[in-house]
Design a protein around this ligand. Structure first.
Ligand code: PCA
Length: 191
């Protein structure tokens, strides 16, 4: 099985993004998954297009996108992505959409096609704070999640998103990099 896992470049003035730090630290193989890694720009539209193109190119079976949610205290598998863009801060290309659809006339929302509850239980089992989230926000992370789910709707490719907290030197609450990496590995184990 081919698993594409993505992380993001830094944004909003941060020097690092724990999502990419953790993805980079993953092994090349987890269980029956061959892991392919991709770093995404924090840019509306462009990030989603790159993730979709790479998943198509690889003929990936599963796509798991990871992003930072500063302020959250737990790793959070996302249940749903919505067809909305609203940026509190400009993205890394200076775009700041307000209340725009991601894809006009497309469905309002898609549920993750990953087993979010099993992911949560697997992360809980390795003693890392975890909770399901029912909002991936309306910034670039939700953009990627929604766009993947729209593109791969009615295909066999399963996809979803997981947010992770700050690293200790970025703010509070936080989780050490080893714990974020271990949480992703545990989640991948049930995909
Ligand atoms: N977090 C942002 C975008 C990139 C990232 O790591 C978000 O939650 O939308």
């Amino acid at each position: 099985m081919k698993l594409l896992i993505t992380g993001f470049e830094p944004f909003g003035g941060d020097a690092v993004n724990p999502s990419w730090e953790a993805v980079q630290a993953l092994p090349e193989q987890v269980g029956h998954h061959q892991i392919y890694k991709l770093r995404l720009p924090v840019v509306f539209g462009q990030a989603a297009d790159l993730a979709i193109a790479e998943a198509d190119r690889l003929h990936a079976d599963v796509v798991l996108a990871i992003g930072l949610a500063g302020g959250r205290k737990a790793v959070t598998p996302e249940v749903i992505g919505i067809n909305l863009r609203n940026a509190g801060i400009p993205d890394n290309a200076g775009l700041q959409p307000h209340d725009d659809p991601i894809i006009p006339s497309a469905p309002a929302a898609y549920f993750s096609t990953l087993p979010v509850r099993a992911m949560k239980e697997a992360i809980c089992a390795v003693d890392i704070p975890v909770a399901l989230s029912y909002s991936a926000g309306v910034y670039v992370c939700n953009d990627v999640m929604y766009s993947l789910l729209h593109h791969f709707a009615d295909t066999q490719v399963r996809c979803g998103f997981m947010h992770v907290p700050y690293l200790p030197d970025m703010g509070t609450p936080s989780l050490p990099l080893e714990k974020i990496t271990a949480a992703i590995k545990a989640a991948v184990g049930v995909l």
